[in-house]
Design a protein around this ligand. Structure first.
Ligand code: SAH
Ligand code: SF4
Length: 378
């Protein structure tokens, strides 16, 4: 059985070709080359029809696709399946944030979140790219879990599919669990599927891949797919950054910013620099001034993320005043700097927190979850 969400529209039409050849061959006496051209056209048309059904109408049962031939429906039932991960947990916050923990085929779990914008017109889907993460950033819950495996293409696309069953989405960000550039092939293909105008039809500006700074992979991402880039900068000196993000020991800030300068940005597009604000660590006016200097000349915006406190790290969130003062310094210098409103704090919306909470609960309540308790963070 092939998962539908692992297929680009072209791949789907290739799979449908034998069926079209067979149907046409039975009914007409065309030359072979003519038959092939006609069959390819038909297969492309059917692939488009099926893409519309699944991604635009949200239908996942082949039997319900009333304008497909019986042959097609039978073929789909026998060969393809729309992957629906099992919902292990769904939590809603009063501000409209909805957070899911899904179980993938092999019982591994990942998180995805719907984050509404304040005005309630924009909804961002935040999705995961790996089960856990190997990057070990000191402030991140997912970093404490280690990586178990990459997510497959269908598992990435399915997260967006599931979130869209609940709410319309205007944006997709790879800011859930995992380092997307450690799973580049699958992330690139998933982006291509999300961008398909016959599918979910996200615009390239509305898909953002966030990385902790895998320098060579940034160039590769830019060469392979046209999406927006976010970089978790989080510090303004190498010493400071290496202390919280081990990746900086491999590729330092200068190398990272060089890759950002070379990233192929289309017109009117900017790189987002994420900056997790940690109290008394990277939240001083000097940090703000160094930050301005670092990103000078890069079309960019800064996204300040006040640290979301959790039991796996000793860092604290700076006061709202400190955050505002930091933001003001940047804005007064002519930069775009936003503060990420902490949404869904009640439901542990920071990266990896829900999964950790569930794992901790499971390991307390059952001996059978010993394997999981190895990645329990508290
Ligand atoms: N691995 C990728 C994408 C997932 S993390 C990356 O690091 O960019 C998404 C964002 O969440 C990153 O900017 C990261 O710095 C931030 N983050 C992780 N843990 C956090 C926490 N406890 N509080 C606030 N932001 C956090
Ligand atoms: Fe991984 Fe991103 Fe968390 Fe770092 S911040 S551990 S890269 S998920």
């Amino acid at each position: 059985m092939i998962y539908f969400q692992s297929l680009t529209q072209n791949e789907l039409s290739e799979l449908l070709l034998p069926l079209s050849l067979d149907r046409l061959g039975r009914r007409s006496r065309l030359e072979e080359s003519e038959l092939l051209i006609k069959a390819k056209k038909q297969a492309r048309f059917h692939a488009q029809q099926i893409y519309h059904w699944v991604y635009q109408r949200g239908v996942s049962q082949w039997e319900q696709m009333s304008d497909l031939s019986k042959d097609h429906r039978a073929w789909l039932i026998a060969n393809l399946e729309v992957f629906r991960p099992k919902v292990c947990s769904r939590q809603e916050s009063p501000d409209g944030t909805v957070k899911f923990l899904w179980e993938m085929g092999d019982s591994k779990t990942v998180e995805g979140v719907i984050i509404p914008a304040a005005e309630g017109e924009r909804f961002t889907g935040c999705i995961s790219s790996q089960v856990g993460c190997a990057m070990k950033c000191a402030f991140c819950v997912t970093g404490t879990q280690g990586v178990e495996r990459n997510l497959e293409v269908h598992e990435i696309v399915a997260q967006v599919y599931e979130l869209r069953q609940v709410s319309p989405l205007t944006n997709v960000v790879f800011m859930g669990m995992g380092e997307p550039l450690k799973n580049l092939d699958n992330v690139v293909k998933a982006c291509e599927i999300l961008l398909d105008t016959d599918g979910m039809n996200f615009s390239k500006r509305k898909i953002t891949v966030s990385t902790s700074g895998l320098v060579p992979a940034i160039a590769e991402l830019g060469a392979r797919v046209d999406v927006s880039l976010a970089v978790s900068l989080n510090a303004t000196t190498d010493e400071q950054r290496s202390a919280i993000m081990p990746v900086n020991r491999k590729w330092n800030i200068a190398e990272l910013l060089k890759a950002c300068r070379e990233y192929p940005l289309g017109s009117h597009r900017r790189i987002t620099f994420e900056y997790v604000m940690l109290r008394d660590f990277n939240d001083t006016p000097d940090d703000a001034r160094r930050l301005m200097k670092l990103v000078v000349g890069i079309p960019s915006k800064i996204n300040l993320i006040p640290f979301n406190e959790h039991a796996s790290a000793d860092f604290k969130r700076p006061s709202d005043e400190t955050v505002r003062a930091f933001q003001k310094l940047l804005v007064d210098a002519g930069m775009t700097a936003t503060v990420r409103v902490s949404r869904g704090r009640e439901i542990s919306a920071a990266c990896g927190q829900l999964r950790s909470a569930v794992i901790a609960r499971e390991s307390r309540s059952s001996d059978a979850s010993q394997g999981l308790s190895a990645v329990t963070s508290y």
